[in-house]
Design a protein around this ligand. Structure first.
Ligand code: FES
Ligand SMILES: [Fe+2]
Length: 364
């Protein structure tokens, strides 16, 4: 397939949307593993999972797309690390479950690593030459923290700070230290659609009056705003009079606006939705070309505001989104549809995402 297929005109007034094949061709999905997912920052965990030195938390990065076994540790000098969770001897997974450890010990032949990933010891290797070497340490994986949230990248194409700086600046001063994870309120959805269709839908408020009647009742559609950054899109949901909104100090640039929600998206798969009640982290896991898992992880700083305004009824809104996105997946397989055009007034976020996806898929 020629690169030209992925060209998205930088001028949204001239541009055509992504070719339908990007959403339905298994070869293109496979190519995205290295060209997109391995090179970008993905949500990993919140820092409570590695709260004290010695705590370890193994996880698989993007199961279905990257399937990379990783482990978060807090080492004895109180540093959080992300390490490969694959033993440097013969390649078994080292840490099988979350817990507290002095060292990481491989249960296959007893190789030990310190919590910062360095090789520590190994039985029966006295006669092995040039051993140990740095190649026997567990590889370190790129790790970044925004407030309480940890993101990782195998081979980042951009520094973490470049990806998150606009969000860090915009939300400084909100009470992130008070956040409590609401495990009972977490939800997982399986969507029969390509991950990028789910993102397209997330990145525009255009469909809100058509698809989300309950949400639309709380928002001022005319004031809905989109801001584009290099690797990030911010959508601002402006509350109707009387609906829940942030009370921001006079020094804050959004003080004069009645913000019902900040919807931050970090290219390609992570969303931080900030509501007056707290943060809903939405994580998209691309499982296959036409299957996507979406996780909603709620972190609460003001439980009394939970079911108010744009932050209310999130389960209903998600089901409405799922139904429409699954309908798009059926449509993009059509022999009679190739690509569309954008609304410059309403689809700047979708256009920005398509430009990023085109950029990354070309630079394989
Ligand atoms: S595979 Fe880990 S010690 Fe052999
Ligand atoms: Fe929606």
């Amino acid at each position: 397939m020629s690169d030209a297929v992925f060209e998205i005109d930088p001028d949204i007034r001239l541009a055509r949307t992504l070719p339908a094949r990007v959403y339905s061709d298994p070869d293109l999905f496979r190519a995205q593993r290295d060209s997109v997912f391995a090179r970008t920052w993905q949500y990993a965990a919140h820092d409570d999972l590695v709260k004290v030195p010695g705590q370890v938390f193994p996880f698989t990065l993007l199961p279905g797309a990257l399937d990379e076994p990783l482990v978060l540790t807090r080492d004895l000098s109180d540093q959080i690390r992300c390490l490969s969770n694959v033993c440097t001897h013969r390649g078994t997974v080292v840490v099988e479950g979350a817990g507290h450890e002095q060292q990481l010990r491989c249960r296959y032949h007893g190789r030990r690593f310190t919590l910062d990933g360095r090789f520590h010891s190994m039985p029966e290797f006295e006669e092995t030459k040039d051993f140990p070497s740095p190649a026997d340490d567990l590889p370190q994986v790129g790790l970044g923290a925004w407030e309480r949230f940890l993101m990782v990248s195998l081979a980042p194409a951009m520094p973490f700070e470049e990806a998150v700086a606009p969000m860090r600046a915009r939300l400084a001063g909100l009470p992130f230290n008070a956040l409590v994870y609401d495990a009972a309120g977490a939800r997982e959805y399986l969507v029969n659609a390509n991950w990028a269709l789910y993102m397209d839908n997330y990145l525009e408020g255009f469909h809100i009056p058509y698809v989300h009647s309950s949400l639309a009742a709380t928002l001022d559609y005319g004031e809905y705003a989109v801001e584009l950054e290099r690797y990030l899109v911010l959508q601002l949901a402006i509350a109707k009079p009387g609906e829940a909104a942030f009370a921001l100090p006079p020094s804050h640039r959004d003080h004069a606006r009645s913000i019902g929600a900040y919807y931050f998206w970090i290219f390609p798969t992570t969303m931080f939705n900030i509501y007056p009640w707290g943060v809903s982290v939405n994580v998209v896991t691309p499982l296959a070309v036409d299957r996507t898992r979406v996780s909603f992880l709620p972190f609460v700083w003001d439980g009394a505001k939970r079911e108010t305004g744009a932050g209310a009824g999130l389960d209903r809104v998600e089901r409405e989104d799922e139904a429409i996105v699954e309908a798009v997946q059926r449509g993009v397989r059509s022999r009679l549809y190739e690509r569309g055009r954008y609304s410059p007034a309403r689809e700047g976020g979708v256009h920005h995402f398509h430009r990023l996806l085109a950029e990354f898929m070309q630079s394989r």
